[in-house]
Design a protein around this ligand. Sequence first.
Ligand SMILES: NC(=O)c1ccc[n+]([C@@H]2O[C@H](COP(=O)([O-])OP(=O)(O)OC[C@H]3O[C@@H](n4cnc5c(N)ncnc54)[C@H](O)[C@@H]3O)[C@@H](O)[C@H]2O)c1
Length: 338
Amino acid sequence: MKRLNVGIIGAGRIGKVHAENLAFRIPQANPLVIADVNQQAAAAVADSCRIPAVVADYHEVLENAEVEAVVICSPTDTHARIVGEAARAGKHIFCEKPIDHSLEKIDQALVEVARAGVKLQVGFNRRFDANFRRVRQAVVNGEIGEPHFVHIISRDPSPPPISYVKVSGGIFLDMTIHDFDMARYLIGKEVEEVYTCGAVRVDPEIGKAGDLDTVLIVLKFEDGTLGTIDNSRKAVYGYDQRVEVFGSQGAIRTENNYPNAAVISGAERIHRDLPLNFFMDRYTESFVTEMQAFINAVLEDKPTPVCGEDGRIPVVMGLAARKSYDQNRPVRLAEITA
Ligand SMILES: NC(=O)c1ccc[n+]([C@@H]2O[C@H](COP(=O)([O-])OP(=O)(O)OC[C@H]3O[C@@H](n4cnc5c(N)ncnc54)[C@H](O)[C@@H]3O)[C@@H](O)[C@H]2O)c1
C-alpha cells in the first residue's frame, strides 16, 4: 500500500485532531514531522501520535524532501503565506479554514497553488458529516423535488474568550463561514445576495470588541432558492447544529447528535441528555473523513472535494454579510471585489 508522507504545521486544538487521525485512523497516511513555534506543544503531539520528528520552524517541513503533503493547522493569519510557500515547495496542501480574511491574500495564494499544480483542500469538515451528506444526497437524488428553502441553525454552546473574538475576524468569518459553505454545499448552487440582521444579546463585551453574537442571514441563491442562517454564540443546552431543506416534493431535516439515545419518562416530563457539546465531539468523524478524502485525492490524483474556490467564496459571503449589517441593506456578492 502506498502511504503519503505528511508534515503537520501547528500542534494546537485542531492540529492535534488531524495528527491523531493521520497517525491512527488513516492507514494511507504517514505523518513524518510536526512543526510548532511552541516546541513543547509539538513534542507532546509527536509523542502521543508517534510522529518521528519535531521542528519549531515550519520551513523545515517545506524543505524536507520526503514530505509530500502538508496539513496547515496554524493560526489563520499564517495560512495564506504558508499555502504559497508550500505550493512553491511542490507540496500538496490541506489548509484549515479560512485561507485568510483578505481576498487579496487568498487570491495570491491560489495563484501560487495553480502555478505549482499542487492539490489544495480547505478544511470545511462539516461537508463530511454523515447527516449533512445525507441531506445533500437527497437534494442530488431529487428526493425532495426542487429545493425552495434551506434553513441552517448553528449555535455554539458558549462564546470564545474576548481575546479570541478580537482577532477572529468577526462572527461572519469565524463562525458563519462554516454555514456559508454548508449552504452552497447542500443546494449545490451559488448565493447571489445576502441580507443580515445582527445583535449583541449574549455578552456586551463582544459588542465592545466590534463584533456581534446573534445573527440572522437571509440568502438568495442564483436559482431562486431562499435560505436562512441563524447563529448564536450561546445556546445553553449545548451545540445546536441542525439543517432543513424544503422542496417541491417534501423536506429533509437533521437533528442534533447526542451522546446516547436514552429517553427518561417520568410523571411530570419526558427528558433526555443534552446534545454533544462542541465541535470536537459533534464533528469527530467528519475530521477523519475529510482527511481521508484529501489523502485519497493526492494518492489517486483526483480533484480534492473542497477546492481553493470553495475556500474563497465563503469569505466573500462573510464580507458581504458584514457589509449588509453595516449598511442595513441586501448586498450582492458581486459587490465584494476585495
Ligand atoms: N475546521 C474546524 O472546525 C476548525 C476548528 C478549530 C480551528 N480551526 C482553524 O484551525 C486554525 C488553528 O486553530 P486552533 O483552534 O487549533 O488554534 P490553536 O491556537 O489551538 O493552535 C494553533 C497552533 O499553531 C501554533 N503556531 C502559531 N504560529 C505558528 C507558526 N508560524 N508555525 C507553526 N505553528 C504555529 C501555535 O503555537 C499553536 O500551537 C485556525 O485557522 C482555525 O480557524 C478549524
